[in-house]
Design a protein around this ligand. Structure first.
Ligand code: R5P
Length: 296
């Protein structure tokens, strides 16, 4: 197997190749003056089993087209098999037609990846597992919740409690996983999002956080509203410190400001999104999964 690092995930690809002790394929990329993307394999890949690593964090359309062009080239030049690691699988929040006439974006991504010859997909904390049911190829969902918990474990936590900021099954499952790693309790809040305005209401409930450190675990921080609401509620109920860990810390626009104003102690994300919050790597969880699925 050889690893190909797409432009959005070069460092992550390098980490994976080091952990697996398999070579990184040499490639060349550039942008033409009009902005179009150029991609070239600098070595022969015909007959190779490739693992292409490219996360689809914002600008997701740019990163998606880069991935599509790389896949097209790999298939055209005769790669034997193509696996993709897309830690942040953009468009997964459109996992069904919520309003009549909407585009089923996650289905389109699945269709394109399959048409471009992908044999297996690996992703991290996909927004809804339903998305992966749209794939006819093997599609694996990994979780970064335990790795995030390990990051917070060394923060000298006082009687920690892990909180899911919403009551979706997957979200509670992630909090449970993190709580197990921290040997802590877990609980969840309930929230509702207005499909038209995007406004979020989180309902207050009594959670025993007085004097304790709370760790909020979520899949995505986008606008930061979900996490900020949860931080505010936990602080109001007497939490000592509130940490927020997200598999995909996109933090768009005013998200960081919202969270700081709410009183967050620290935000940690993974290298699924390359920004200053990428404090945890998803490379080890992929490597573990590859070994389990005996792709190596
Ligand atoms: C929601 O269902 C997800 O698990 C996240 O809580 C949500 O996507 C975060 O979005 P935002 O940061 O915009 O509130």
């Amino acid at each position: 197997m050889k690893i190909v690092g797409g432009p959005s995930s070069e460092e992550l690809a390098k980490k994976i190749s080091e952990l697996l002790n398999v070579p990184l394929v040499s490639t060349r990329t550039k942008r033409f003056p009009d902005g179009e993307f150029y991609f070239k394999f600098e070595e022969k890949i015909s007959g190779e089993d490739l693992l292409i690593v490219q996360s689809l964090y914002p600008p997701q359309d740019v990163h998606a087209l880069e991935l599509f062009l790389i896949l097209h080239t790999a298939r055209d030049l005769g790669a034997e098999s193509i696996s993709v690691f897309i830690p942040y699988l953009a468009y997964s929040r459109q996992d069904r037609r919520y309003l009549e006439g909407e585009c089923l974006s996650s289905g389109m991504i699945a269709e394109v990846l399959e048409k471009l010859g992908v044999n297996a997909l690996y992703t991290v904390d996909v927004h809804n597992r339903r998305v992966l049911e749209m794939y006819r190829i093997p599609a694996y969902n990994l979780t970064a919740s335990r790795e995030l918990a390990k990051y917070f474990a060394v923060k000298d936590l006082t009687n920690p409690i892990v909180i899911s900021p919403d009551d979706e099954k997957d979200a509670i499952e992630r909090a449970k996983n993190a709580a197990k790693t921290l040997n802590a309790d877990y609980d969840f809040l309930e929230k509702q999002r207005d499909r038209y305005t995007g406004e979020i209401v989180t309902y207050e409930k009594h959670i025993d956080v007085e004097g304790r450190d709370a760790v909020i675990i979520d899949d995505i921080i986008s606008t930061g509203k979900t996490a900020a609401n949860a931080v505010k509620i936990l602080k109001k109920h007497g939490a000592r410190r509130v940490f927020v860990g997200a598999s995909h810390a996109l933090l768009v626009g005013e998200a960081a400001r919202l969270l700081n104003e709410a009183g967050v102690e620290e935000i940690a994300g993974t290298d699924s999104v390359m920004n200053k919050y990428a404090k945890v790597s998803v490379a080890p969880i992929l490597v573990k999964k590859l070994k389990e699925t005996q792709i190596l």
